[in-house]
Design a protein around this ligand. Sequence first.
Ligand SMILES: Cc1cn([C@H]2C[C@H](O)[C@@H](COP(=O)(O)OP(=O)(O)O[C@H]3O[C@H](C)C(=O)[C@H](O)[C@H]3O)O2)c(=O)[nH]c1=O
Length: 189
Amino acid sequence: MSASPFILTPLMPEQSGGPALVERKPFVDQRGAFARIFCSAALSQIGWPGPVAQINHSRTDKAGTLRGLHYQRPPHAEAKLVVCIRGAVHDVAVDIREDSPARYRHVGVKLSAEAGTAIYIPEGFAHGFQALTDDAELVYIHSAAYNPACEAGLRHDDPALAIHWPLPVTGISARDAEHPMIGPAGQTS
Ligand SMILES: Cc1cn([C@H]2C[C@H](O)[C@@H](COP(=O)(O)OP(=O)(O)O[C@H]3O[C@H](C)C(=O)[C@H](O)[C@H]3O)O2)c(=O)[nH]c1=O
């Protein structure tokens, strides 16, 4: 396997510390394929901050379902590596860093099990996705533990974010449907 197990593509190249597409480089032979899903040495090059604190898994049954946009406030802000292990999703990261010239700008990228793609979401970014297929499964590798007291969210349909979701939204949690809108002053209401 060559030096780096991934092809890393910054998704906000004009900003430092932004999200990145992480494409696995599998080792393929007559038996099948082997790939590294997480590698702190390789991912520290794009800002992975430290030890893995938690690994989660979600299954989304129906295409069109939307989860997010979520983030944890400091001191429990977290970086995430979001890995698609079944089906495909449209994944979105929103810059919410108060000192960022790109605050409230977002990037969107397709992740699929077939392509072996993941996205690195740094601290200071909100994360959400829409399932593009039925039975879409993601594994999330977190740099901080879940802390519900510090959990917060943005509305997927907030005009201030202007996120285009590929499919009509067919399912969303009550909590995600009720996140506050970003007011004109840029503060969530
Ligand atoms: C993250 C987490 C959640 N929970 C509980 C809280 C809820 O009762 C239930 C489902 O949580 P939630 O509705 O936040 O799950 P999703 O909306 O799928 O959130 C996920 O998808 C979005 C896009 C993300 O970016 C989140 O990091 C990721 O957790 O699990 C736990 O018990 N432990 C945990 O670590």
